[in-house]
Design a protein around this ligand. Sequence first.
Ligand SMILES: Nc1nc2c(c(=O)[nH]1)N[C@H]1C(S)=C(S)[C@@H](COP(=O)(O)OP(=O)(O)OC[C@H]3O[C@@H](n4cnc5c(=O)[nH]c(N)nc54)[C@H](O)[C@@H]3O)O[C@H]1N2
Ligand SMILES: Nc1nc2c(c(=O)[nH]1)N[C@H]1C(S)=C(S)[C@@H](COP(=O)(O)OP(=O)(O)OC[C@H]3O[C@@H](n4cnc5c(=O)[nH]c(N)nc54)[C@H](O)[C@@H]3O)O[C@H]1N2
Ligand code: SF4
Ligand SMILES: [Mo]
Length: 733
Amino acid sequence: MGMHKFSRRRFLQISAATFGAAAAASRIPSNWAWASGTADARGVVTIPTFCEMCFWRCGGIGYVRDGKLWKFEGNPKDPLSHGRLCPRGTGAVGAHNDPDRLRAPLIRTGARGKEQWKTATYDEALSVIAAKLGDIKAQHGPESLAVFNHGYGQRFFQHVLKSWGAINFAGPSFAQCRGPRDIGFSLTYGAGVGAPEPTDIANTDCLVLIGSHLGENMHNTQVQEFAQAIERRIPIIVVDPRFSVAASKAKYWLPIKPGTDIALLLAWMNVLVTEDRYDREFVAKYGMGFDRFEAEIAQYTPEWAAKLTDIDAATIRATAREFSARRPATLIHPGRRVNWYGDDTQRSRAIALLTALLGSWGRKGGYYLSVNTRVAPYPLPAYPKRQRPLADNPDGSRYPFADEPVTTGLRDATLTGKPYPIKGWFVYSTNLLYALPNREETLKAIGTLDLLVVVDTMPSEIAGYADVVLPEAMFLERYDELLAGWGRRGWVSLRQPVVPPPHGLLPGWKIAKDLAGKLGIGECMPFDDIKDYLRHRVEKSNLSWDTLEREGVIVGEATPIVVEDGLELSFDTPSGKVEFWSKQLADHGFDPVPKFTPPAAAPDGHFRLITGRAPMHTFSRTQNNPLLHDLMKTNEVWVNADTAARLGFANGQYVKLKNQDGVVSNRVRVKATQRIRPDTVYMVYGFGHTSRKQTLAFERGADAAQLLTKYQTDPLMGGTSLHSNFVTLVKEA
Ligand SMILES: Nc1nc2c(c(=O)[nH]1)N[C@H]1C(S)=C(S)[C@@H](COP(=O)(O)OP(=O)(O)OC[C@H]3O[C@@H](n4cnc5c(=O)[nH]c(N)nc54)[C@H](O)[C@@H]3O)O[C@H]1N2
Ligand SMILES: Nc1nc2c(c(=O)[nH]1)N[C@H]1C(S)=C(S)[C@@H](COP(=O)(O)OP(=O)(O)OC[C@H]3O[C@@H](n4cnc5c(=O)[nH]c(N)nc54)[C@H](O)[C@@H]3O)O[C@H]1N2
Ligand code: SF4
Ligand SMILES: [Mo]
């Protein structure tokens, strides 16, 4: 995107995993029981596929009994699930059975957002879309369609719309999630962390979680390794304003003042450098600009940080000594959702630098370097040449270090009409009204559109505003693109239908293919059945289709992923080194070594609102799932017990939250607890649904996203802060 010399390579690729069909086949036991489509003695059919209840993509096995989906369990062959799913994965059965699912395409008849529709056939709905897209293209050009997409099914829609000429594609996984982290690491090592994170929790001797709340954040493989780490009794250090589940397993809980992590990280680095506890060999061999870094870091004493963070200097020293004593097998976890305060790229860069001081990059018990997988492509026609700049970041100067498009940048372009008008939104599997901060802006932008298409499985809030809703079969009912996995080894997973979709619902690939036909570009989907497409790719890669269908996953060979195994480190930064002092940041007017700026203080009587996850729900997508709803029906607002007492709120009492801009939430129960700082309140995000068609989730709990009217944009890459709003607690009338 930009003109800067900055790596676009997201994952350090040490070798393309090689798959020999013979080698892979030789590892498969001959008595394999899960032949897809064949029933066992009890009449139970088992079919492997991979999960879409979140984006971790665990391999699972669907069980069908008497023609009905019975259960979904982990696939023991799968490198992510190791045979076990998290509660949300198991709950996929509820997503299949949810009576509130979308059943037919809808065409809007009332005003936007009024949820008035007529049902239509896919053919009718796609005709309406194709006609509107034709108008948009004729009047404004194909660049005027913005595509918001997320999740694994996005691939064929992306392909068809790119073939049609669309160029603006963005997902919340960048600016609203892991983007700042990956850019912070890229600026330091020349490679982002990527997902799944290459954190060697399995082998670490000391785990530092700074904000990352594993155990509530249920990313399966990490949680399994975390459980083992607890059993191994390694020291765990948790930095969180809230006593998280992880904190309850920790040797140290540091209840940091929200927004001051950079100060703590700088002080930790100060201790390592001034007490000579860092990895001199790593720094000498791979480091660039260490002298300038060292000179700058000298001022950040634990005493300096104590005043800012509310963590006393002795604890800062003790924890630094604790984790540096175990280097390089110390893991400072990079977190995942890091869009908190608008300075998040620098916060992540500080984590990357601390990791470098510990020498735990590319090391056992620290970060390993993921192995990539290559699968042969299917021959498809080339996309039309791009005629205009990307709308979110036209010349790369708006977000100089962004290496993916920024959702909120596309929203801005829609609102301003600059650099050119955006007249259509095509939304696939992302509930933009919950995922982006400042809902008013999203609604205002939607108000300017000629066309809003939403592809979803549920009557989500964003679907409520669509002109045309295209329902999709859920993941247990469809094929999708192959998964080329990366991690300790490379692997390939197959998503395949376990049960047929109800109500004649179509899978995404088929909807995309039919849309291509209507748009007159049918040649971009030159296969009748997606199985032909998938099989071609698999066989071209010298893999066995039969094996993949039967086992769901084929795992590549082991190659070195840490220095201890013989891995040679290299760095794709401008200097080819680990950049302790970043010239590219200095050249762009940013701090070459992270600096701490205090976050805005709370207005009088207000509390900072922070959010996170609950183990049994994913974002805003599972609250109506009957099985997961049973496990957790609503959220609560965590309030420090003393604060609650001072304000006269009893535990369990209903309150409403009112933010600094006067936005008032739905009612929610107070959880009065010592497990949170007095200046902060906490809620699980994703509740408080406003879509009436989600009958179980409707108005259950409070919606944290609604209260995020204020946000800062990270000047390096466009990440939007989600922890910069303040609330008061209001008694229910
Ligand atoms: N306030 C606030 N905002 C946040 C976050 C936060 O913690 N707080 N978290 C951020 C993060 S980390 C992320 S990754 C994003 C997540 O953002 P999103 O991915 O947008 O998350 P959801 O809100 O779950 O919206 C997913 C939508 O996809 C639909 N869906 C589910 N499965 C399928 C499918 O198979 N096919 C189709 N077509 N649709 C499907 C669901 O019904 C739902 O409407 O949100 C970000 N935004
Ligand atoms: N069950 C479940 N698991 C999930 C998901 C889900 O929806 N449900 N979503 C997945 C996705 S896409 C993502 S991105 C991850 C997100 O999960 P993580 O990356 O682990 O966490 P966050 O949601 O960013 O952070 C939440 C934690 O940060 C703490 N915190 C808030 N402010 C501060 C601060 O200033 N300093 C510090 N040190 N801590 C702070 C909060 O109290 C909370 O414990 O979860 C993944 N796993
Ligand atoms: S972590 Fe849970 S929800 Fe996510 S893919 Fe794995 S089993 Fe599914
Ligand atoms: Mo995320």
